[in-house]
Write a protein that binds this ligand. Sequence first.
Ligand SMILES: Cc1cc2nc3c(=O)[nH]c(=O)nc-3n(C[C@H](O)[C@H](O)[C@H](O)COP(=O)(O)O)c2cc1C
Length: 197
Amino acid sequence: MKLPEPRCAGGMSLAQALYERRSIRAYAETPLTLGDAAQLLWSASGITSPEGFRTTPSAGATFPLETYLIAGAVDGLAAGVYRYDPAAHGLNRTAAGDIRADLAAACMNQSCVATCAAAILFGAVFERTTAKYGDMGNGFVLLEAGHAAQNVSLQAVALGLGAVAIGALDEQRLKSLAAMGDNEKPVYMMVFGKPNS
Ligand SMILES: Cc1cc2nc3c(=O)[nH]c(=O)nc-3n(C[C@H](O)[C@H](O)[C@H](O)COP(=O)(O)O)c2cc1C
């Protein structure tokens, strides 16, 4: 499915978003809008040039990351796991149903994962980058995930959303929950919701 177009003008200044960024782990039961989910995905890996370059830099433009939206409560989107297609700025569903409880179990039972409205999970195909850079490419992939997650984190602040990075991931369980390809590994995740205040 096609997502709402990204909004690139107006909004909070970058310095303000940096100042306000904090890990937020308690969320209201309010769903995310589809527009906000689309904006978060675009900030992670949206295409911003005719050559296919993206919001996040990539070592040698090898683009090892795959970006998944895990939708629990997103208005206008059935609960499930969706792979983001940057070229189409759209989503392809890889798994159906609300997997937040299983997701939390795959992340050391962290309550913010169980109660988030949605999550963005980064999978990586390391070979895309190691084919060009050898072993050094393994580090490049993780650096790139950090760039993407920081984009998402600051975009969340600008949208008035709470977010926290989740590094405690059970690789095998997450891989299976997101129905990732054989050559792909989960590397990092961000979870979101309206702050509970
Ligand atoms: C690589 C990485 C992994 C993290 N993993 C988790 C996590 O699994 N669960 C969690 O609640 N916070 C996690 N965090 C968030 C940190 O706990 C948080 O950034 C830190 O306490 C500083 O707070 P602040 O983000 O509000 O400045 C992680 C942060 C990073 C950079």
